[in-house]
Structure formats: structure tokens, C-alpha cells
Design a protein around this ligand. Structure first.
Ligand SMILES: NC(=O)c1ccc[n+]([C@@H]2O[C@H](COP(=O)([O-])OP(=O)(O)OC[C@H]3O[C@@H](n4cnc5c(N)ncnc54)[C@H](O)[C@@H]3O)[C@@H](O)[C@H]2O)c1
Length: 383
């Protein structure tokens, strides 16, 4: 079968630049039925020496040091945005206007106001697009979606989710610059809300529908940090921790918590859903397992099952090894790229699109506004 190449122009070669590139390199081998195949055409970052070294190591055909040049190139079909959050809007809008497909990292932007013109530009150009809320495509999480959609849980009462880390506890850690842009509000737009809770919110709305209104509290435990750009101590603008509760459109109650101050937790993303008939639980540190409790089981054998999601009948697993053998974090990106190409073939949008990621942005913003005003806020989500 002859395949059409989609020539990728990647912007940013950090953590996400590597996960996406790994996905492009593997997708053709593990999803051989796809009619599209990625070509690593160009990678862009500001430091020429370092971007060339990355291109050599990972197999990109060329480099750019100015993303505008990358966007203008005729030999690029898709722009993949793996830069800090403050760069997403400008690059995405220019890429859409140039008629490129756009794949963008989360959160879509730093605010709803910044995200809106991105959605407008994408819709006006009519270009295929997706946002890397990749956790949806971990097989156990996709299985959770299948169980909910097949009404195994019945009416949903509760959705709770956490994302806990512990890497910013030291007051000596500066804000801003390479690796630490997440602590700089100008670059990140927010702290744990946009960085971590955005994942919980995307997963929650995908599984359980729209979030209607929120009541939140945030805390910045370390109020001043040296800024890498100035060498001076400056006020910290990000939220170090955020807790919120909410109503979903379906009447269920949500409870969310995220922090970078939970000693012992590196990336503990969890969710639990309690329905009328059954409950499910998942956590990222044990990502191949889905816990399931069904009250309809005979009472003498009723209890929590730990489903090892490795069987060929389970989501995505027919693509990998044999039953019993797990896959990992990086595969969620391979699945997202595979789904993007599959949808491209069928002329369908690849969820989450910019429009859907904009809804998550609305919840993040309502959460921050609620914490600031100490009041309930409507999200205005259209789900
Ligand atoms: N989906 C996920 O689970 C997940 C995980 C981590 C990060 N992210 C998101 O991915 C994005 C990148 O995060 P990261 O952890 O890879 O960051 P990173 O700091 O590791 O990498 C950022 C890259 O952007 C490049 N860059 C910065 N400014 C640039 C410019 N003007 N032109 C070209 N390149 C530029 C840097 O050189 C670097 O290569 C963020 O939006 C973040 O929120 C998503």
C-alpha cells in the first residue's frame, strides 16, 4: 500500500518534543494499516547547535531557529507545537493561516482570551488539529470510557481526581528560563491549574461530561523566587496548589486537587468515579490497571477487581505485545498520533480538538477566578 507522507515541523525539542518524535517514529510500524505516515522534516528551536544535535540524534531532515520560517516552508504539512505555553497562540495562529495542520501541546493557551483567536484561526482555515491531552489514550483510561459509555456504572454520582507532585518545595528553585518556565506566570499562565489540573479536567469531561460551575482555592506557598532572567527575587505569580469542587452537567459532584508540594508523589494522576451500579479507579503510577467494583456481582464474591489492561480485546492493546505484557506512558502519544492520522483518513476531527481544549481552558480560568474572588463561578462550558 502506498502511503502519503505528512511532513512534520516540530517546534521545541524538550520533554514533549522527544515524546512526540518518538511517537512519529513508531506509529508506522505499530499501526501499519494507516494510509498516512509522518516524515520528520524539520525541527525548530532557538539554539542552532543544540537543535542540530537533536535533529541528528532523532532523525530530522533539517532545522530552523525561527519558528516563523518553519511555518512559511512549503515542504511542511503539519506544525507540532511543543514550546512553553506562552508560545502556543502565536505559532498556532500563524500555522493555521499558512494552511498547515496543527498539533499543539496542552494547555491550549494561558487564558480563555488567548485561546479564542486560536480556535477562530483553526476553524476559519479548516485545518485538521488536535491538542495533546494524551492521558485519554492510555488503554486503561480508554477502557474506563468504554465502561461508562456502555452504562456499566449507571447514573454517576461522584468524580474525584488528583494530580500530585513534589518538585518545587525548595525555596532555592528559581523561576523562569529553561526547565523552570512552569514557575514563571508570564510563560505558563498559571501553576498547577493549567499544567496538571488541565489534564484532570480534560479526562473528567471526556468521561463524565461538561463541568457547569466551580468553587476553588489556590495557594502559593513560596511567595518570592529568584527570576532566572534578572537574577533578582521576584513575586511568584503561579498557583502552587489548587483544590476545587464542581457540579457536572449530569448532576454528579466533582472534587479535584493538584499540588507540587506533596512529598513522595512524582506524577500521581488519579481518578475515581462512583456510579449507581459500579465504581472505577485509576492511577498513573500503575497505568495498566483499572480497578472496577460492580455491586451487581454475587454478594459472596463481590469486591474490587484489578483489571490488567493488556489483552488484545482491550483498547489499543492488539497493536502491541501479547496479553499480560504492559505498555507505558510514551504509548499514549503513539496512540494520539495514530488516531490523528486515522481521523485524517476518514475526514473526521481528532478529539480533543482546539475547540474542545478551549472548554478545558474555560474550566481552568473559572477555577482561578473562583479562588481569587472566593465565590462560585460558572464555566460557560459547551460540551
Ligand atoms: N501532554 C503532557 O502530558 C505534557 C507533559 C509535559 C509538558 N506538556 C506541555 O508541553 C509544552 C512543552 O513542555 P516541555 O515540558 O516539553 O518543555 P521543555 O522546557 O522541556 O521544552 C520546551 C522547548 O521549547 C523550546 N522553545 C522555547 N521557546 C521557543 C521559541 N521561541 N522558538 C522555538 N522553540 C522554543 C525550548 O528550546 C525547548 O526545546 C508545554 O505547553 C507543556 O505544558 C505536556
Amino acid at each position: 500500500m502506498s502511503k502519503k507522507e505528512i511532513r512534520i515541523g516540530l517546534v521545541g525539542y524538550g520533554f514533549m518534543g522527544r515524546t512526540h518524535t518518538n511517537a512519529y517514529k513508531r506509529v508506522g510500524d505499530f499501526f501499519p494499516e494507516l494510509k498516512f505516515i509522518p516524515k520528520l522534516q524539520a525541527v525548530c528551536a532557538r539554539n542552532e547547535e543544540r537543535v542540530k544535535a537533536f535533529a541528528d540524534q532523532w532523525g530530522y531532515a533539517s532545522v530552523e531557529t525561527d519558528w516563523r520560517k518553519l511555518v512559511e516552508r512549503d515542504d511542511i504539512d503539519a506544525i507540532d507545537i511543543c514550546t512553553p505555553n506562552n508560545m502556543h497562540a502565536e505559532i498556532a495562529i500563524a500555522a493555521a493561516q499558512a494552511g498547515k495542520m496543527v498539533l499543539c501541546e496542552k494547555p491550549l493557551a494561558r487564558s480563555v482570551a488567548e485561546a479564542q483567536p486560536m480556535v477562530d484561526a483553526i476553524e476559519k482555515a479548516g485545518v485538521p488539529n488536535t491538542v495533546y491531552f494524551n492521558y485519554r489514550r492510555i488503554p486503561a483510561v480508554t477502557l474506563a470510557k468504554q465502561l461508562i459509555d456502555s452504562n456499566k456504572l449507571g447514573k454517576i454520582f461522584h468524580f474525584r481526581s488528583n494530580f500530585l507532585q513534589d518538585w518545587t518545595i525548595s525555596p532555592e528553585l528559581p523561576q523562569g528560563g529553561e526547565g523552570l518556565w512552569r514557575l514563571d506566570n508570564d510563560a505558563a499562565g498559571s501553576g498547577v491549574t493549567g499544567d496538571l489540573l488541565a489534564h484532570c479536567i480534560d479526562t473528567a469531561m471526556w468521561l463524565n461530561g461538561g463541568i457547569k460551575d466551580v468553587s476553588a482555592m489556590t495557594e502559593t506557598f513560596i511567595k518570592e523566587r529568584v527570576h532566572t532572567a534578572t537574577g533578582e527575587k521576584q513575586q511568584v505569580g503561579i498557583d502552587d496548589a489548587c483544590l476545587f469542587h464542581c457540579h457536572f452537567e449530569n448532576g454528579s459532584l466533582g472534587l479535584f486537587e493538584s499540588t507540587r508540594y506533596a512529598r513522595g508523589h512524582k506524577a500521581l494522576f488519579t481518578f475515581e468515579i462512583n456510579g449507581e451500579h459500579a465504581s472505577i479507579k485509576w492511577n498513573l503510577h500503575d497505568l495498566s490497571r483499572l480497578a472496577y467494583f460492580d455491586h451487581r456481582d454475587a454478594s459472596i464474591e463481590r469486591g474490587w477487581r484489578s483489571i490488567h489492561v493488556t489483552d488484545g480485546d482491550q483498547p489499543y492493546m492488539d497493536k502491541w505485545w501479547v496479553p499480560g505484557l504492559s505498555i507505558g506512558y510514551e504509548h499514549s502519544f503513539v496512540h494520539q498520533v495514530a488516531d490523528f492520522f486515522k481521523n485524517l483518513e476518514e475526514g473526521k476531527p481528532c478529539s480533543p480538538t482546539f475547540k474542545e481544549a478551549h472548554q478545558t481552558q474555560k474550566v481552568c480560568e473559572a477555577v482561578l477566578e473562583s479562588a481569587k474572588s472566593k465565590s462560585w463561578k460558572n464555566t460557560h462550558v459547551e460540551w
